[in-house]
Design a binder for this molecule. Structure first.
Ligand SMILES: Cc1cc2nc3c(=O)[nH]c(=O)nc-3n(C[C@H](O)[C@H](O)[C@H](O)COP(=O)(O)O)c2cc1C
Length: 212
């Protein structure tokens, strides 16, 4: 389908499986501004995503401003540092935090910046007073990532924005409403190289899917 409205150019339809095969989980982005309306279009995919009983428990903060993005990068590093220090204590309540695969992943991002430079962030805020708000935020994230990929943009998820709930200045910068919490974010940017279809290392189909 190709068409336009007064704000957004509707691109040719690309099916989700094709989008998922593309390399979109970038850790680095090229400098520069995004195509016009790209961020609006991606946030729109989040807004339109489903929720239990249509409660719509998710709002979105789009960070375009460079100094705000830099503050977010600092906030995410603080979130990581705090979590790394407290992990063993948290793990007494949540054993999954001792899982070796998780710990190995954490080790890889224990130093340096957790957010790439040249990115734009969309931080979902979920209403913590409603059930399934986390699931709704997850649906929104994936919808937004597919939209970003369909626009030819690279993207990555960043869980560290969840820790921003504990940082007053970050809560103020994001304008988090009462009862809401920042969720895992989508970081979007210009790809450093064109997105191409690739065979990702995923569980084999017959291992992942059973039929009864
Ligand atoms: C909900 C979610 C949160 C994630 N958070 C982070 C994160 O904070 N830091 C990170 O390095 N990778 C994070 N990842 C992993 C990457 O975004 C990506 O999925 C992974 O590198 C695999 O990339 P691939 O799909 O290209 O194989 C997260 C993934 C998901 C699904």
């Amino acid at each position: 389908m190709t068409g336009t409205d007064d704000r957004i150019v509707v691109t040719d339809y690309i099916d989700p499986v094709t989008l998922l095969q593309r390399t979109s989980h970038a850790v680095a982005f090229a400098p520069g501004t995004l195509p016009p309306m790209a961020l609006r279009r991606i946030a729109e995919a989040g807004r339109l995503s489903p929720s239990l009983y249509n409660t719509q428990p998710v709002r979105f903060v789009v960070i375009r401003d460079r100094s705000a993005y830099e503050k977010l990068r600092t906030g995410c590093n603080t979130s990581r540092d705090t979590f790394v220090k407290a992990r063993k204590l948290f793990a007494t309540m949540n054993r999954r935090l001792n899982n070796p695969t998780f710990v190995a992943g954490l080790e890889r991002q224990i130093k340096g910046d957790v957010l790439p430079v040249h990115g734009y962030a969309i931080v979902p805020l979920h209403d913590d007073r409603l059930t399934e708000s986390v699931e709704a935020a997850s649906c929104a994230l994936m919808a937004m990532q597919l939209e970003a990929t369909s626009l030819g943009l690279a993207s990555a998820f960043c869980s560290w924005t969840r820790g921003l709930s504990f940082q007053k200045e970050m809560v103020a910068m994001l304008g988090v409403p009462e009862g809401y919490k920042p969720f895992t974010s989508l970081i979007v940017g210009l790809p450093t190289h064109p997105l191409v279809t690739s065979e990702k290392q995923r569980r084999a189909f017959d291992d992942a899917v059973s039929w009864i």
